[in-house]
Design a binder for this molecule. Sequence first.
Ligand code: NOJ
Length: 542
Amino acid sequence: MERKWWHSSVVYQIYPRSFNDSNGDGIGDINGIIEKLDYLKELGIDVIWLSPVYKSPNDDNGYDISDYCDIMDEFGTMEDMDKLLSEAKNRNIKIVMDLVVNHTSDEHKWFIEAKKSKDNEYRDYYIWRDPVNGKEPNDLGSCFSGSAWQYDEESGQYYLHLFSKKQPDLNWENEKVRKEVYNMMNFWVDKGIGGFRMDVIDLIGKVPDDSITGNGPKLHEYLQEMNKAALEGNDLLTVGETWGATPEVAKLYSNPERNELSMVFQFEHIGLDQIEGKEKWDVKPLDLLDLKKVLSKWQTELDGEGWNSLFWNNHDLPRIVSRWGNDKEYRVESAKMLATLLHGMKGTPYIYQGEELGMTNIRLENINEYNDIETLNMYKDRISKGYAHDDIMNSIYIKGRDNARTPMQWDDSENSGFTTGKPWLAVNRNYKDINAKKALEDKNSIFHHYKKLIDIRKHNDTIIYGDYKLLCPEDKNIFAYIRELNEDKILVVCNFYCDEVNFKLNHDSNFAEILLSNYSDSSTLLENLKLRPYEAIMYRLK
Ligand code: NOJ
């Protein structure tokens, strides 16, 4: 496979609202990001994925865009954005923009026009249907609870919104829509961005009349068309958010011969605590055997025919240390263990802001303290269906999106140094203990562990291109694998729990060089290796 710059890159995701507030209005902004570029440089990342900064009424915190070529007032101006691009470039950091084109805001000028009348030239930019028997055209549901169809009194028709009713779905069947999108993409490409993260891109081929949403028949045709119109020849990183991707489907997107995307985000490992056939809020205990099976399947199946993205977190997901780790007494050890496991794999790693500090989930007492539309809609919906308040809150504590969106913890000053004003969402109370200033000062911090992992990747082709082989697949406590390229072998062995466990490896030599460990005195002898709570070691085998 031809080598690409993004094969060896590490991406850092910024959720601007929660990252750093430079003007005291309680909301993060672009100048706040510029202030922290040196921090990111220190960590060693190559790319920033910037969650949406475009004009938006913020029904879904920027994922409802009213102007793709302008910047949200709270975040700054286009001049600030240009400055961010050039300051990042000075530090060799590329910026990947969030491309949200499954839907717009209902305040986008296209939708404002479309709503005016059935024969408006923009009407067909969106998906309108007549009522059936006086009701919604069918029972398609919105990802944010309730029907996906919203009735429009004036025209007597329904429009489709797979997310909130302020996020009407664009009609990708309409060639004019597709052209508008590609032109807009070129506007950003011309500014020198490094690529696009494509929001719910697997939905653009939908056939709503047949209740097909993900992986529609024309999806890949559209992506190839998009590639020709806006990506080809620009050497960009493109990553699609594809909740419904299997490895087979992921190869369609990411096989370089097909000219679609660099890679996709698959979510199979993310759904492991969800009861099958139910909603994300219906949780079941996690099982390490499932995680090993799923991640290993993706490692081997995409090998040579596609490319993986590697991630634990994003702005929609609970914090990984509170999920697969132990956010109490072994917070530091388990956060480093999870980082080691992921960053030793093949693919492009993504770090979500605060992950490098081991930031944890939050528990807010009152539902009114939450901001996320998905959480709030679900709460109302479930209360109306008779669920108990405590059960709903418990699901929110485990899965709610605001877990990831609490302000970044920069230092131990008021509001964690995120803002001098009143933060738009509560700061986690643990910020005096968990913050960037403290992490930078402590050479053994989670931050420095991430930094070393990034550095190891940069200097080891085995980590970037080596084959992957899972070891001891039936072991219930240990996740271990070998990466191999030519003669070089790297072993990653991780204890996922707080009990001590033994690890055995059949290998010619008993000695190994430690590349990185989360304990200062891990054994260099592989025979009868005893792993302490959450111990994770990356070895080079001899
Ligand atoms: C996926 C984004 O990650 C999420 O935050 C958003 O709510 C939906 N897409 C809708 O744009």
